[in-house]
Design a protein around this ligand. Structure first.
Ligand code: ADP
Ligand code: MG
Length: 238
């Protein structure tokens, strides 16, 4: 296998005395869509945030394209090709859609801003209609689209998404996953954290299942969709 774009090796993360990640091992190859599923509190967001060094790993390693980034600043990580759409779609509420998108260019500079904004408006036509609207006045689904588009404005090589379907109506979830499928087809490497295991695994080449800070299972999206334990715990038993 070629060098992974991202590799976590025996990663331990603590919040004070509480160990949130326990010896986590995980690899993502360039061009893959990989999902991390698990219940609320399993450690999924902690894992994503630790890639940006917040929280910092207590032990283990995070390699990005072969470079050890375990002790790097979040600015270093962002300006070298990793972007994140955080849980709870934290857009800047008082800023317009365009202003939010511009904020996404901060790690890399705004020389491609105009061109990339047009590309985002093609990917998310809803954002184009609302380009001058303040983010706080938009629906949850529109804010989620904006959070993803803002992350893409830094032209990442690896896109991290934390629960993009959280709290959204089924039809909006479908739209968002449709767009993620388009992005994946265009060659973007996507690492997706989801409680919505069904949508996530159907989109993904591979997946990991996290339980109490540990990777419990891994396999192809199809294998995990057919796995008894996954079906019982995350797919409503069907
Ligand atoms: N800032 C924090 N301080 C202390 N404990 C935290 C903090 N953030 C998360 N935790 C704890 O770490 C564990 C993993 O949380 P999290 O990564 O948010 O899980 P998930 O994203 O899978 O729901 C939980 O027990 C949670 O309560
Ligand atoms: Mg979370």
């Amino acid at each position: 296998m070629s060098q992974p774009i991202l590799e976590l090796k025996d990663l331990d993360v603590f919040y004070g005395p509480i160990q949130a990640l326990k010896k986590v091992n995980l690899q993502i190859q360039e061009g893959e869509t990989v999902s991390l599923i698990g219940a609320n509190g399993a450690g999924k967001s902690t894992l994503l945030m630790s890639i940006f060094g917040q929280p910092r790993a207590a032990a283990g390693q995070i390699l990005y394209r072969g470079t050890d980034i375990t002790q790097k600043s979040s600015h270093f990580v962002a300006s070298n090709g990793i972007a994140q759409s955080p849980e709870g779609r934290r857009v800047f509420p008082d800023m317009s859609v365009e202003e939010n998108l511009l904020m996404g260019t901060i790690p890399v500079g705004d020389q491609h801003a105009e061109q990339d904004m047009q590309a985002m408006f093609e990917l998310f036509p809803r954002l184009k209609e609302r380009r001058n609207q303040r983010a706080m006045t938009m629906s949850g689904g529109e804010q989620q689209m904006l959070a993803i588009a803002r992350a893409l404005m830094s032209r990442p090589k690896l896109l991290l998404l934390d629960e993009p379907s959280l709290g959204l109506a089924p039809i909006v979830v479908k739209q968002i996953f449709q767009t993620l499928r388009e992005l994946a087809r265009s060659g973007m490497t996507i690492f997706l954290v989801e409680q919505n295991a069904n949508h996530a695994l159907r989109l993904s080449n591979r997946g990991y299942v996290m339980v109490n800070g540990e990777i419990r299972l891994s396999g192809s999206g199809e294998e995990l969709l057919g796995n008894e334990e996954v079906r019982k715990a995350y797919l409503g038993g069907h």
